[in-house]
Design a binder for this molecule. Structure first.
Ligand code: ADP
Length: 449
């Protein structure tokens, strides 16, 4: 097992990784920016290294400085968390060249699954359901027109290297397809240095369903069942839960197993999430694979009892998976609410500044993953998530009640947070009945505006 592990991240996920390190007897080291010098999580690290000013491009995204910090502190591994460099195959390759273990997949597996065209190709082979569409990237417009005609409009043009919703165009008729392909390719080549685009069916009313997998890096992988992340706003997840409500158990088992086969076939090591959209007839279509630990991993930990970050670190150190597929079962229901320092009444305006009151809830089945506390000043440089409130209860109904009371008892001030929004969201009939789709929160908020 590693002796020292450097955490190339910040905030709640840095704290989450520190906790996993301690349980494994590993000494955690943190890098941080000048803007994060007062980050409460840094207190719990054995060593801290400042790697540059506030803007991420000058600190958390600086591969040279992070590697130098790892060398100076004698770290034998780097955990990238999520965001920043977590899905950067070049970073994973540089770590390997410097003989530092990267807590994540090999650069090859990351690149294979990170490219949406090659990922889709592998998914077809593994029997993972994908959207109908072009076989690979578009070379001739005629071919794209033909495929679009066959699958029917609307279709979506997507970038192979896409991320953050860039390089996507929804097309509702053949007249628009040529321009959409051209402009998506241009945007993708400017943003990712790769202008390949492909076409697939566009699903209008869908639920977001994702499968948590862990691979051992040697061709074996397990899944820890699914999460539902249908409650989103502008493609940002707000509430996640596990297991997914109202799903045919046989279909769910089939799609979960197919996700694990895909991860296994990539010789993937570590945690991965295979994301799907699901239509109203419970047909599944793969969206993409995230090659890292996800923000919403705790709901899966609560229902399966598997410590995902611990597994990641163990696999990276060369150990086998500590659980077998047949040992994994689902117990109860878990919900996570992302607590963002944003004002839901003013178009989710970010709220930086000093937290004066931070009074978190507790009690049976309540978990808080947060780096925040009172007297912590939220820097303006990073995303606005200041914590994740997670509850676990025997049933979905009881989890909703438990979450509502936990939210009621959570006091943060003076800044506005998404707590007030969550209290209303969880009480909506769409949420309570789980008859919802990924646009439901936006429709609800618009109807009230
Ligand atoms: P990115 O990597 O840029 O986030 P994704 O492939 O995850 O791209 O897609 C981002 C979002 O775009 C999805 O969460 C979904 O809301 C929408 N989307 C992507 N592909 C489709 C599709 N075929 N049909 C409907 N919506 C889609």
């Amino acid at each position: 097992m590693f002796k020292r592990l450097l955490i190339a991240n910040r905030g709640e996920i840095a704290l989450r990784i520190i906790r996993a390190c301690r349980e494994l007897g590993i000494s955690p080291v943190c890098v941080h920016s000048v803007a994060d010098a007062d980050g409460p999580w840094l207190e719990w690290a054995d060593e801290r290294v400042c790697i540059g000013p506030g803007p991420s491009a000058d600190s958390y995204l600086r591969i040279d400085r992070i590697i130098a910090a790892a060398e100076c502190t004698n770290a034998d591994a780097i955990h990238p968390g999520y965001g920043f460099l977590a899905e950067n195959a070049e970073f994973a390759a540089i770590c390997r060249d410097c003989e530092i273990d990267f807590v994540g997949p090999s650069p090859e597996a990351m690149a294979l699954l990170g490219d949406k065209v090659s990922c889709k190709r592998m998914a077809r082979k593994a029997g993972t359901p994908v959207f109908p569409g072009t076989e690979g990237e578009i070379e001739e417009l005629d071919e794209a027109l033909e495929v679009a005609e066959e699958i029917g409009y609307p279709v979506i043009v997507k970038a192979a290297a896409g991320g953050g919703g860039r390089g996507m165009r929804i097309v509702s008729n053949p007249e628009e397809l040529g321009d959409a392909v051209e402009s998506a390719a241009q945007e993708a080549s400017a943003a990712f240095g790769n202008g390949s685009v492909y076409v697939e069916k566009y699903l209008e009313k869908a639920r977001h369903f994702e499968v948590q997998c862990i691979g051992d890096g040697r061709g074996d992988a397990i899944h820890l069942y699914e999460r539902d992340c249908t409650s989103q706003r502008r493609h940002q997840k707000l509430v996640e839960e596990a297991p997914a409500p109202n799903i045919d158990p046989a279909k769910r088992d089939e799609v979960c197993a197919s996700a694990a086969r895909l991860i296994a076939s990539a010789q993937y090591g570590g945690a991965a999430t295979v994301e799907f959209l699901m239509d109203h007839e419970q047909n599944f279509y793969m969206l993409e694979v995230n090659t890292r630990v996800q923000v919403e991993h705790p709901v899966t930990e609560m229902i399966t009892g598997v410590d995902i970050v611990r597994e990641q670190i163990q696999v990276a150190s060369g150990m086998p998976l500590s659980v077998k597929q047949e040992d994994i079962s689902v117990s109860g229901h878990a919900i996570e609410c992302r607590i963002n320092a944003e004002d839901p009444d003013r178009n989710f305006m970010p709220q930086a500044g000093l937290i004066q009151t931070f009074d978190p809830p507790g009690g049976l089945g309540v978990r808080l993953d947060s780096h925040a506390r009172s007297d912590y000043r939220i820097p303006p440089n990073y995303d606005s998530m200041i914590g994740k409130l997670i509850v676990h209860a025997p049933t979905r109904e009881r989890a909703i009640e438990r979450m509502l009371e936990a939210l009621r008892q959570f006091r943060i001030g003076p800044m506005k947070t998404t707590i007030s929004l969550h209290r209303r969201l969880l009480d909506r009939p769409e949420y309570r009945s789980a008859h919802f789709d990924i646009k439901w929160v936006e429709r609800w908020l618009e109807s009230e505006a």
